[in-house]
Design a binder for this molecule. Sequence first.
Ligand SMILES: [Zn+2]
Length: 203
Amino acid sequence: MKYYYLLSLLFCLELVSAQEISDTTFVNSKDYVSDLVFDMKYATTDNFLKTKVYECDECFLRLKTVKALADASKCFKRKGYRIKIFDCYRPLDVQKKMWSIVSDPDYVANPARGSIHNRGGAIDITLVDENGNELDMGAGFDHFGPESAHSYDQFEKVILKNRKLLKRIMLRNGFEALNSEWWHYNLKGSKKDKVSNFTWNCP
Ligand SMILES: [Zn+2]
């Protein structure tokens, strides 16, 4: 009995702390969602820029985005999958840095307008199975070509099924897809949030 009381107390404390801050506050996703797998590509040179643009690999998002991500994660977990994250909130200064490396609006959002990543409402993700292996999505993260579009249908059935599964669960949990990038999801309504240059501390 004591055990359950302690558990519920812990659970309630967690809920209270989540309610105390506003939905638009930036939070570290790993403090709120368990079972996420992180592979923050822009904190490495393994990205299309071939440059490390983040000092360290933290995944910050607005609290409302994290809450929706937690719901989606629960749905995927029930099916035996986990969400693997490639990119989250991106400070405006990082967007400017990316733009200075590749000044092409087909590849990088112009920092003059900012992207949903700069607003804390976008995530770049895929799915991994129980062994941590990525599901085959047909084209890699940040592959810029027609094969990355949701509307591209020249793949074998299993790939189309994997993409559909990712999209279906994300849309059911408050996100919207971007047709040209199978990995990118925006929390609905995030366009209204302000572009931010908040930067997290690195160890
Ligand atoms: Zn993205």
